[in-house]
Write a protein that binds this ligand. Structure first.
Ligand SMILES: [Zn+2]
Length: 124
C-alpha cells in the first residue's frame, strides 16, 4: 500500500464465521446476527452493518443435515447391532441427533451469514 492510500477494511474469514457461529455480527462482533431461533436480522443493532444483503437460504440446514447424518448414522447403525445394549441406546442416539441438529441450526445460520459477509457475496 502506498502512502496516502486508505486501508481497505478487512473481512477476516475465520473471525467472521466464528462471530456468526456465536450469534454475533460478523463485522463488529457486538450486535446480534440472529433474532429469535433462526431469523437473520436486517442490520446490526450495534454497528449498523447491512446484513440483509447476505441471504443463506437453505445452506445452514444442508450443513447441519450433513454433519448430523455423518456422525449419528454410523453410530446409530453400530449401536443397533449390539443386542446387549437393548433399545435404549438407539433412542438416546436419536435424541442426541435431534438435540444436536436443534442446537447447531441457528449457530450454523450465523456462521453462514459470516461466511457470505467475509467473502462479500451478496444476494443478487
Ligand atoms: Zn455489527
Amino acid at each position: 500500500m502506498s502512502v496516502g492510500q486508505t486501508p481497505t477494511p478487512t473481512r477476516a474469514l475465520g473471525r467472521a464465521i466464528a462471530r456468526g457461529f456465536i450469534g454475533r455480527c460478523p463485522a463488529c462482533g457486538r450486535g446480534e446476527v440472529i433474532r429469535g431461533y433462526i431469523s437473520p436480522v436486517a442490520t446490526c443493532n450495534a454497528c449498523g452493518e447491512d446484513l440483509s444483503r447476505y441471504q443463506t437460504a437453505d445452506f445452514a440446514p444442508y450443513i447441519v443435515t450433513f454433519f448430523v447424518g455423518l456422525v449419528f448414522t454410523p453410530l446409530t447403525f453400530v449401536l443397533s447391532l449390539d443386542e446387549a445394549l437393548g433399545g435404549w441406546a438407539l433412542y438416546v442416539t436419536i435424541g442426541a441427533a435431534l438435540l444436536t441438529a436443534i442446537l447447531l441450526l441457528p449457530r450454523t445460520k450465523g456462521a453462514a451469514i459470516g461466511l457470505l459477509w467475509a467473502l462479500d457475496i451478496p444476494n443478487t
